[in-house]
Ligand binder design. Structure first.
Ligand SMILES: [Fe+2]
Length: 288
């Protein structure tokens, strides 16, 4: 089967808004061992050899607005610069809404689109060299999750219009979808969608090299007095081992290992909406 111009791509960075820029910068610097670099427009680039995240300020007076606008954008790196015009033409043909937002750490030649929920996704190639020094604790930014009140619409958009592939779908006996896991390369998912009452950012995930890395992150979080709030456990869909902590804004941060891989043509798996699907070992977080 011929592959769409999105392929292959991977999550390179994302931009989170926060009403507490300095404390959040300090949190990520310390907890995820990332270096902070101020960017021209007042936001902060947190970086390590495998992790890139941009924090930008939002006025802290309206909690609903902050929740809705938490994710400023997600940025996926295409494999080559040559994919950009090809993908651009593909999106034009499909009438995809464009966004004005740009990533300061992608080359100028980047594509910025708005999904049906108003989330901005950017596709391009990095314009600045990432940190060379190897991370003390391995953990490569690998996926984000977003919540949506209309998961069917968003799922169809990312698969049929953008070009993601469906790895696993989670639904009840009536066929109502509660979650789905999408990929733009060989890894099981680099975008997770969850059905919820509102459109909002859900979580970020860093993929480590093995189970022992999860142990080391757990020991690290213990030393920095950050509580592991979910796990250690193993997801059903994706089969990855994981622990979750939360940043100062309550955004879940997942450290993962052993995430499954898929071939381009593999058929999607179907899971039931039940705790086991999200945690084979015990209880699961539910989204409202
Ligand atoms: Fe995840």
């Amino acid at each position: 089967m011929s592959q769409p111009p999105l392929w292959p791509a991977h999550l390179h960075h994302f931009c989170l808004r926060t009403a507490q820029l300095e404390p959040q910068t300090e949190w990520y610097s310390k907890q995820l061992e990332m270096d902070a670099e101020k960017l021209a427009e007042g936001s902060v680039w947190l970086k390590s050899s495998q992790r890139n995240l941009i924090l930008s300020s939002i006025d802290g007076s309206n909690d609903d607005r902050i929740e809705r606008e938490r994710l400023r954008f997600a940025a996926y790196a295409l494999d080559t610069l040559e994919q950009v015009p090809y993908f651009d033409a593909w999106l034009k043909q499909r009438g995809v809404e464009r966004s004005e937002k740009k990533s300061p750490i992608f080359a100028n030649d980047q594509i910025s689109i708005e999904d049906p929920d108003g989330n901005t996704f950017i596709f391009g190639v990095p314009n600045k060299k990432e940190t060379k020094t190897p991370d003390r604790l391995p953990g490569r930014l690998q996926h984000i999750g977003i919540c949506t009140p209309d998961i069917d619409r968003l799922k169809d958009f990312y698969i049929d219009v953008i070009g993601f592939r469906l790895s696993d779908v989670v639904s009840n006996d009536k066929g109502t979808i509660s979650a789905c896991f999408l990929r733009s390369d060989h890894e099981h998912h680099d975008l997770a969608l969850f059905k919820a009452s509102s459109s909002r950012f859900d979580h970020q995930c860093y993929e480590t090299t093995c189970w022992n890395d999860i142990r080391d992150w757990g020991d690290h979080f213990s030393k920095t007095k950050t509580r592991v709030e979910w796990g250690a456990a193993r997801h059903g869909a994706g089969n990855n081992l994981f622990i979750f902590v939360r940043d100062l804004d309550g955004n879940p941060v997942e450290m993962s290992a052993e995430l499954e891989t898929r071939r381009y043509d593999d058929k999607p798996g179907i899971w039931k909406t039940e705790e086991r699907t999200l945690n084979l070992w015990g209880s699961a977080w539910s989204r409202d």
